[in-house]
Ligand binder design. Structure first.
Ligand SMILES: [Zn+2]
Length: 339
């Protein structure tokens, strides 16, 4: 019996050493390998597409496609890939793109919270003249060189994902994060851009250097005296301009940021913002000169000038500023909050 027990113990030890232990070790290694695989999967997923960030009530948004009239339900960050890649050139600095991602997310949350009903059942639309520009991944990819598509898209995704959940607040409330292309060196306050526009403490006029290096900085509109008169007559029927008169066209007043507030065309006074929209000028920062039969509008900057300047953001990033510093420069007194 004792001998039998001894053999039984040897047998059990043999089984343990030869069969069970290697099996346990292999299993452990497999578990580790699986974990590694999971992490890798997660990393590559994070790198390329959706992240699993929980926004609770802002998780999904209803995006109205203006042209088709269709409403698409889409996760907020997936929507932001389309906004950032439509709003800012992908070759801009990473920190500028991140600032754009946070500004666009903030704008979106503000629309959802404050502009309910503007688009019926939808939260926001894809028309840049109304809400924010948006482009589908498919259309965006087509516009890039084939060998750059993958890298470009990954860069966009990275800017959105690395700022996941972040929005700008002022006094604990989401801000109305306006942005534009090029401020011409100085941003504008809202009441000078939108008639009846409310001035907000976080939208002050601020200066940025380096914007003159961008193509959006300078532009010119040349229009003949006759065409100008015809265009203005559409809205100002009694307008008369005697071009023989000295100062037949004169800028009367400037805003605090140096943009045109009022212009007198002959017998009629017209607001700078009206002149901009009627003549398709890129901004209200313009000068006027008459040369022979033509009126020449020389324009500085691009866009309404309120909030963040996109070229200004890129210029700041080139000077070594990060996205938080960029946002805090353009939006006075804000906090970056995670929702
Ligand atoms: Zn809209």
């Amino acid at each position: 019996m004792k001998i039998f027990n001894k053999y039984l113990i040897y047998l059990l030890l043999f089984i343990l050493i030869i069969i069970v232990l290697p099996a346990i070790c292999t299993k452990k290694r497999n578990i580790r390998a699986d974990k590694q695989k999971d992490t890798l999967n997660q990393e590559s997923e994070n790198k390329v597409e959706d992240i699993s960030y929980d926004y609770s009530k802002y998780g999904k948004i209803k995006l109205l496609h203006k042209k088709s009239g269709q409403i698409e339900e889409i996760s907020i960050d997936r929507y932001l890939y389309g906004v950032v890649s439509a709003e800012m050139p992908v070759n801009y600095e990473l920190e500028a793109l991140k600032a754009q991602a946070v500004a666009a997310r903030t704008y979106t949350v503000y629309q959802i919270s404050n502009n309910k009903g503007k688009h019926g059942d939808a939260d926001i639309c894809d028309d840049y003249t109304c809400c924010q520009a948006w482009i589908s991944k498919e259309d965006r990819m087509k516009k890039w060189e084939e060998n750059q598509r993958e890298n470009n898209w990954n860069k966009i995704v990275k800017t959105v994902n690395s700022t996941a959940g972040q929005i700008m607040t002022y006094n604990n409330e989401v801000i109305n994060a306006f942005f534009h292309s090029n401020s011409g060196g100085k941003t504008e306050i809202a009441s000078n851009v939108w008639i009846g526009g409310k001035d907000l403490p976080y939208l002050q006029s601020v200066e940025t250097s380096g914007e003159e290096g961008y193509t959006q900085y300078n532009s010119e509109v040349i229009i003949s005296k006759n065409d100008l008169l015809e265009k203005l007559k559409k809205e100002y029927k009694d307008i008369k301009i005697d071009f023989n008169e000295k100062e037949s066209i004169k800028i009367l007043e400037y805003t605090e940021s140096g943009r045109v507030k009022n212009v007198r065309f002959g017998n009629t006074e017209i607001a700078g913002i009206k002149v901009r929209s009627m003549l398709n000028l890129k901004s209200t920062n313009f000068s006027i000169r008459i040369e022979n039969d033509n009126i020449i509008f020389t324009v500085i900057g691009y866009g309404h000038g309120v909030g963040m300047s996109q070229t200004g953001a890129d210029s700041m990033a080139k000077q070594g500023k990060n996205y938080e510093e960029i946002l805090k420069h353009f939006y006075t007194g804000i906090e970056i909050t995670t929702i």
